[in-house]
Ligand binder design. Sequence first.
Ligand code: ATP
Ligand code: MG
Length: 294
Amino acid sequence: MKEAKQIVEEYCVTKGEKFRLKDYDPADTNGVKSKKHAESILQRRVGLLSDMQEKLYAQDRWALLLIFQAMDAAGKDGAIKHVMSGVNPQGCDVFSFKSPSSEELDHDYLWRTHKCTPSRGKIGIFNRSYYEEVLVVRVHPPFLRAQKLPNDLITKHIWDQRYEDINAFERYLTRNGVVIRKFFLNVSKEEQKKRFLERLEDPKKNWKFSMADVQERAFWKDYQEAYEEMIQHTATKHAPWYVIPADNKWFTRLAIASAIIETLDELDLSFPDVDEEKKKELQAVRASLLSQKD
Ligand code: ATP
Ligand code: MG
């Protein structure tokens, strides 16, 4: 497992104060030279992940919450699909958080996500999350106004308050056995342009193209600042941010799989022990089954 740690350690942020996005290269591959090499390691890791998830499920104590945030076309969906491909679907739930509905806007902003946190033994994946509340909502002030908060509560402290509440929420989940790992897929502006062009030019990718995504690109700088500040305030030891290079999809997937494996490995998972009484019961049932004629 040492290898998994080596691949991903340098992207893991557990203390945000000094975090600067410019120190992280979206095209980095941490010495992994080719797509082919990455894919062969990934294939083995996906198998390992499947074994670990089975134990997580059997043990029924810990839950794992994986949060994915990124600019459009950074590869969130593909990464989730590939990394979780070997995992038993019964032990895993994926939730995508889009623009909030009117019912959701009638509640506090953690309401819709708290309902979706994983139960014991399970892996929960958030494709976007409550972090949108300090990203898109910050970049576009009309979204904050749409939240119908009492006017007195909208002050210049609102973003600091949100960081504080998110940290408290994550600490609460952690204290209840939900292990949290957060991934920011760090794609460059040039690579995003390339991927948008592919969506326009390749008929098989046309369906993925969205006008809204191109419009958001105009706010690139605002988003980068919002991401940087978000990581500065919400990277903690128990709920770290992984700033994953996302210009090479094959490396993104390998790094995410490695982070998840390392996390599960630290939990020291094992199949639950069966006590003496239960063992006797199992032996008796076995003997009974063997003695039956048909
Ligand atoms: P895809 O890969 O399918 O494009 P996506 O996550 O980009 O996936 P979309 O339906 O394209 O899904 O976009 C969802 C939109 O909802 C995003 O622009 C996101 O910023 C927005 N959104 C998510 N949460 C909130 C929120 N709390 N307030 C306002 N907008 C939000
Ligand atoms: Mg989209």
